[in-house]
Design a protein. Structure first.
Length: 189
């Protein structure tokens, strides 16, 4: 069993890219959000955030039983990727998007101001990057700046990295924005 993991802040394109990658590689795609729903792991609604709260133990069990059922390669995308057992993971890709572009994209989705700000800040700090580096070996974690790439271009890049054995380029929006003197525009009070 080898899992290709696609993670990233909301709006960075995980679902789109995973779909394209799945068809390029002829590999089945699973969304952790869908898996959590199907397995009844969404235990509560966080009203302030307008989002479900996932029971992590329940989702780990659901992931493990999925991996037992499926043979060969598969793609798993979504949040909570650090719950996937690392020994099953072939490679993890973290999609990154320039905070300014991400902010516009999330606004367009109709997210509240607070939710936009929370997610933009998470992207600036690199929360998904850090979670992935904690959960998986550094050598199998690659980040892709998709700011000026289409989902297809991003999927092509993923295939390239898989074929070449890896890419450990790290993206640091915090440092970049700091140098530009506009870090505060992207962090909450
Ligand atoms: N590389 C890209 N360039 C421009 N727009 C993109 C890109 N990738 C995705 N999008 C668009 O951005 C939006 C968010 O994409 P998508 O739903 O795949 O994100 P996601 O990471 O799965 O978000 P969530 O975590 O909320 O599920 C969609 O409207 C999608 O068409
Ligand atoms: Mg998605």
């Amino acid at each position: 069993m080898t899992v290709i993991v696609i993670g990233g802040t909301p709006g960075t394109g995980k679902t789109e890219v995973a779909r394209v990658l799945g068809s390029l590689l002829s590999v089945e795609v699973f969304s952790l959000g869908q898996l959590a729903d199907d397995a009844g792991c969404v235990k509560a609604i966080d009203k302030a955030r307008n989002t479900g709260v996932v029971d992590e133990d329940c989702l780990v069990d659901a992931i493990i039983s999925l991996l037992e059922k499926k043979k060969g390669r598969l793609i798993i995308e979504g949040h909570y990727i650090d719950l996937i057992p690392s020994k099953e993971v072939e490679h993890a890709f973290i999609l990154r998007t320039h905070p300014q572009v991400l902010r516009e994209r999330l606004k367009q989705r109709g997210y509240s101001e607070a939710k936009v700000a929370e997610n933009v800040e998470a992207e600036v700090i690199g929360v998904c990057q850090m979670d992935a580096l904690d959960a998986f070996d550094e050598e199998i974690v690659s980040e892709i700046d998709t700011t000026s790439l289409s989902p297809r271009e991003t999927a092509n890049k993923i295939v390239e990295i898989l074929n070449s054995g890896g890419d450990q380029n790290r993206i640091d929006w915090m440092e970049m924005l700091e140098q530009e003197g506009r870090l505060d525009d992207f962090l909450r009070e």
